[in-house]
Design a protein around this ligand. Structure first.
Ligand SMILES: Cc1cc2nc3c(=O)[nH]c(=O)nc-3n(C[C@H](O)[C@H](O)[C@H](O)COP(=O)(O)O)c2cc1C
Length: 169
């Protein structure tokens, strides 16, 4: 197998492998020039408790990327099952106005926060690191809210699944 063939086989196996990693879905949002911006993301991770921080990986081609290059804050909205309509609308729309037309959003600390999300984490950008196609943004927590009664919206093999119904093993 040539190097090129091997590289594309590895990339395909990487995509297949990652598609089968079940991930919580997040709506990452910010305000820029008076307009809300946001995309759905799964590449989000808790990073440190001191300082309390998390990281998000955003494709440099995403509409949210340029705003995040210049703003100071963003919000990670952890999507619950009841936020499925918001997730579907994010994927179905392009403009800022249309993307935030579904769901109840409030401006908190200068960023759009989904009021009935499972959790919301408002962060101040502490660090940006470009790597390959993406930029890693490290955010230090300014504010956080959590709803105990919510079940997570989970993405697995290109579908949303309800893991709250999965039996304990
Ligand atoms: C379930 C799911 C997870 C995604 N995760 C990420 C992610 O972690 N980072 C990212 O940059 N884009 C991610 N995307 C793609 C973005 O949501 C979005 O579709 C893409 O950036 C194009 O958006 P735009 O039209 O606003 O540029 C994900 C999409 C879906 C459906």
């Amino acid at each position: 197998m040539s190097d090129v063939e091997n590289k594309s086989a590895v990339l395909e196996a990487f995509r297949d492998g990652m598609r089968h990693v079940a991930s919580t879905v997040y709506a990452v949002t910010t305000f820029h020039d008076g307009k809300p911006f946001g995309i759905l993301a799964t590449a989000v991770s808790s990073l440190s408790f001191d300082p309390p921080s998390l990281l998000i990986c955003i494709n440099q081609s995403a509409s949210l990327h340029e705003p995040l290059a210049s703003v100071e804050t963003f919000c990670v909205n952890v999507m619950g099952l009841t936020n499925r309509d918001v997730a579907d609308n994010f994927m179905a729309t392009k403009t800022a106005e249309d993307r935030f037309a579904v769901g109840e959003w409030e401006n908190s600390h200068g960023v759009p926060v989904l009021t009935n999300a499972q959790s919301s984490f408002v962060c101040r950008i502490a660090h940006r690191h470009e790597y390959g196609t993406h930029t890693i943004f490290i955010g230090e927590l300014i504010d956080a809210h959590h709803r105990e009664d919510a079940a997570p919206l989970t993405y697995y093999n290109r579908h949303y699944i309800d893991i709250s119904k999965a039996p304990d093993r």
